[in-house]
Design a protein around this ligand. Structure first.
Ligand SMILES: NC(=O)c1ccc[n+]([C@@H]2O[C@H](COP(=O)([O-])OP(=O)(O)OC[C@H]3O[C@@H](n4cnc5c(N)ncnc54)[C@H](O)[C@@H]3O)[C@@H](O)[C@H]2O)c1
Length: 373
């Protein structure tokens, strides 16, 4: 890349990049100024010790608007993410671009030795994930992948209750993630989320990545799976041409898994579920009870069990205690200070997630069960 360079000081360790106790203000550069980036900026700006020092978007209007809103000097408004990553005023990067750019932004961050938060899915393809993983082995930096639902109080509480053995050994579970905006009734146009070249997969990488991560967070690694992907609406109108354009990615994905802990899982996701806004939910069945958690009631877990003395069925709603709550942005800031919370979705979680997504696609294409051992 001409005009600037991304160099990492030789021999710099991952610890040196996020030294515990080194509490200087962290200056963040944000790439992609769409819906998710603005949510990240709002969340991060509330934290002490964090400032937004530079931003990047290819849309000049988005760049100018955000620059004015967040008071970013003109010399730190970039249209080229390489320049933002190389900007001396940037200590760490937050990236929320369309999926096709995730790998390249992370690659440049690794080469520059700059910690990052990069959005899901980890990458567009598994090949990209493998290349990045090889680079990470020699150039590690503290990294968070945008699996934001690990910070939903209900799922954190469910995880703690599982770890405490509240429902005994987990035998099976179901996870579904439903949105409605893509349904036929809305005549949703062809946006980047339907473009295979940009996304890799459809609802699978978009929403399925969160389901896979939630299962990973709650139950550990995947051992085997079988899947089916479907394109429910094969053409959508491209707003740039007014013509129908073929959709080559899934808008319904279902799969079943066997986890390494022996639990059997059932998953479904679609963006065509009329009436669902952003509905991610898990039902977990153990030897001694059931847990249910959902973004529809993001602070609560329903716990059903058989009372040991009376033999009666008890249904209790537990609220996540305030003291246990942690936002994704607080954990990102803690990571930059070398003190990430347990369960932070790190680089390895991103890579593993992409490995599972690839197995899902392969299972669908080859119509067979895929082993992930
Ligand atoms: N973790 C979550 O819950 C969550 C939720 C929504 C989106 N996301 C992820 O965040 C990412 C962005 O999604 P979104 O909904 O904000 O999309 P969006 O379309 O609203 O925003 C994307 C932005 O990136 C910009 N962009 C495109 N090419 C660029 C380039 N070369 N350099 C710099 N900027 C560029 C676009 O102009 C746009 O402003 C996606 O990968 C998506 O999967 C995650």
């Amino acid at each position: 890349m001409a005009g600037f360079s991304i160099d990492r000081p030789a021999g710099e360790s991952v610890e040196a990049l996020a030294a515990p106790g080194a509490r200087q203000t962290r200056r963040l550069g944000v790439v992609g100024l769409g819906g998710m980036a603005l949510a990240h900026i709002e969340g991060l700006r509330k934290l002490e010790g964090i400032s937004i020092s530079a931003i990047c978007d290819v849309q000049q209007s988005a760049l100018d608007q955000a620059g004015e809103r967040f008071g970013i000097p003109a010399e730190h408004l970039h249209t080229d993410y390489g320049r933002l990553i190389a900007d001396d005023a940037v200590d760490a990067v937050v990236s929320a671009t369309p999926n096709a750019l995730h790998a390249e932004v992370m690659r440049l961050c690794l080469l520059a030795g700059k910690p990052f938060l990069s959005e899901k899915p980890f990458t567009r393809t598994y090949e990209e994930a493998e290349e990045l993983n090889a680079l990470y082995a020699t150039h590690p930096v503290p990294a968070m992948i945008g699996f934001s639902y690990r910070y939903t109080p209900a799922f954190r509480l469910a995880k703690r209750m599982l770890d405490e053995g509240r429902i005994g050994a987990v035998r099976s579970f179901s996870i579904q993630y439903l949105q409605g905006w893509g349904a036929a009734v809305y005549k949703t146009p062809f946006v980047w989320r339907f473009d295979r070249n940009v996304t890799g997969t459809g609802t699978l990488g978009d929403l399925g990545a969160h389901m896979v991560d939630l299962a990973h967070y709650l139950f550990g690694s995947f051992e085997e799976l079988s899947a089916r992907l479907q394109t429910l609406i094969p053409e959508r109108i491209d707003p740039r041409t007014g013509e129908a354009r073929a959709v080559e990615v899934d808008d319904f994905a279902s799969f079943q898994s066997l986890m390494a802990n022996g639990a059997a899982g059932l998953f479904q996701t679609t963006r065509n579920a009329v009436g669902s806004g952003n509905q991610l939910e898990a039902s977990i069945f153990g030897d001694e009870g059931t847990l249910m958690a959902s973004t529809e009631r993001p602070e609560e877990v329903v716990w059903i069990r058989v009372d040991a003395e009376t033999g009666e069925l008890v249904r209790e709603t537990r609220r996540s205690p305030q003291r246990e709550r942690l936002t994704q942005w607080e954990d990102f800031a803690a990571m930059l200070n070398g003190e990430p919370g347990p369960g932070l979705p790190d680089f390895g979680a991103g890579y593993e997630n992409q490995r599972v997504l690839e197995a899902i696609v392969r299972s669908h294409e080859e119509k067979r069960t895929i082993s992930l051992r």
